[in-house]
Ligand binder design. Structure first.
Ligand code: FAD
Ligand code: DHB
Length: 381
């Protein structure tokens, strides 16, 4: 279920093992391919994409980053990812990952149906679950061994599990991110996560000629209320004088708003339905974990399914949820921590002083920096 990165990647990995898959997607292929989202890949994610045989363009065009910067009250401090962990991250947009996966699936001749409607899951706890859906005006039914619920936070898979069988943990933050994509050369070499008195800002990029920038904004803000000029003015102020003076502006190619949320539904299995990616969990984007976590879930689910088909054993399937959740909760912790330290929160002086103390400690302690770096490059799969 779902042709986001989780569904497409699982399909590709299973195709290489000779396991047939069918992908059902609610949106059009054009919409899925055009969606602008995450931009930073952990080395473990690159490894899984390589295993799936879709890392050719990523290797050629992805940008290797050996550090990230954290800004606080006009000062910037570099976290030396490579020096502290031996690992680097790769800047390569989710849009590109999706395109590579869609092309590989088309080349493999594996079936995907886009713009499907009224998707329903049946007999999930039996040995032969079924999915019904409408496509191009007619109703279809598929029977299968397993359903992989890779249909994102608003998908039908998680909602098909009885409420009593799921435990939900959630935190909603009192702000969102406004993101802009623009064709200007980035005047920063590495990503900058800036905690400014006016709120958080993130300077990111997609290529040597394209930037991706974000601003913390109010949940009441609407994209249409922010002109490009207002966005860049605010971005300059939050980035501080040195970067601010070097920022060139251009009309936005895309501008979107995302509320921030932490969410985990567990366990990840109900009968023959397995949840993976945003269908099971959401992290706030600070720390770039969302896409990477979808990929690590898929890696575990792929191994579980290989165990089932290879050894005719249910054991690997039974272990999937616990294996994936261990890593999910660590990424939840890190994303919550990054969000907590870098944004402006409503709160009292005590909260503000703790935030200041955390960041000053981070800037002074190699151990604290190594902790951030270890999590940013991604915990082992
Ligand atoms: P998705 O990418 O959501 O894919 C799920 C797919 O299922 C979608 O294509 C959807 O259309 C489809 N679907 C939904 N319902 C149905 C249905 N009933 N039937 C069939 N198909 C269905 N992460 C970061 O690290 N940095 C970011 O800046 C960032 N920005 C984001 C901005 C937004 C607006 C969102 C929503 C997410 C963002 N993320 C970001 C998170 C990251 O993009 C996700 O974690 C990642 O896309 C998860 O992949 P997925 O395949 O699990 O889910
Ligand atoms: C990007 C998004 C993130 O959430 C992040 O932490 C780093 C980079 C991006 O879109 O480039």
């Amino acid at each position: 279920m779902g042709a986001g990165p989780a569904g497409l990647l699982l399909g590709q990995l299973l195709h290489k093992e000779g396991v047939d898959t069918l992908i059902l997607e609610r949106r059009s292929a054009q919409y899925v391919a055009g969606r602008v989202r995450a931009g930073v890949l952990e080395p473990g994610t690159v490894g899984v994409l390589e295993r799936a045989g879709v890392a050719g363009r990523l290797r050629a065009e992805g940008l290797t980053h050996d550090g990230v910067e954290i800004g606080f009250r006009g000062r910037r401090h570099r976290i030396a990812l490579k020096a502290l962990t031996g690992k680097s991250v790769t800047v390569y947009g989710q849009t590109e990952v999706t395109r590579d996966l869609m092309e590989a699936r088309a080349a493999a001749g594996a079936p995907s149906f886009y713009e499907v409607e009224d998707v329903q899951l049946h007999e999930i706890t039996g040995a032969r679950p079924r999915v019904t859906y409408r496509h191009a005006g007619s109703t279809h039914e598929v029977d299968c061994d397993f359903i992989a619920g890779c249909d994102g936070f608003h998908g039908v898979s998680r909602r098909s599990i009885p409420a009593a069988a799921l435990s939900i943990c959630e935190r909603v933050y009192p702000f969102g991110w406004l993101g802009v994509l623009a064709d200007v050369p980035p005047p920063w070499e590495e990503l900058i996560y800036a905690n400014s008195e006016r709120g958080f800002a993130l300077a990111s990029l997609r290529s040597p000629t394209r930037v991706r920038c974000y601003l913390q904004c109010s949940l009441e803000d609407r994209v249409e209320q922010w002109s490009d000029g207002q966005f860049w003015d605010e971005f300059r102020l939050r980035m501080g004088e040195e970067i601010g003076a070097r920022v060139q502006t251009a009309p936005s190619l895309e501008k979107s708003f995302a509320p921030l949320r932490s969410f985990v539904a567990e366990p990840l299995r109900y009968g023959r339905l397995f949840l993976a990616g945003d269908a099971a969990h959401i992290v706030p984007p600070t720390g770039a974990k969302g896409l990477n976590l979808a990929v690590s879930d898929v890696h575990y689910l792929y191994e579980a399914l290989c165990g089932f088909y290879g050894e005719a054993s249910e054991r690997s399937l039974a272990e999937y949820s616990d294996r994936a959740l261990r890593r999910i909760w660590r990424a939840e912790r890190f994303s919550w921590w990054m969000t907590r330290q870098l944004h402006r929160f409503p709160g009292d002086e005590f909260d503000a002083r703790l935030q200041q103390t955390e960041l000053e400690y981070l800037f002074e302690s190699q151990t604290a920096q190594a902790n951030l770096a270890e999590n940013y490059v991604g915990l082992p799969l």
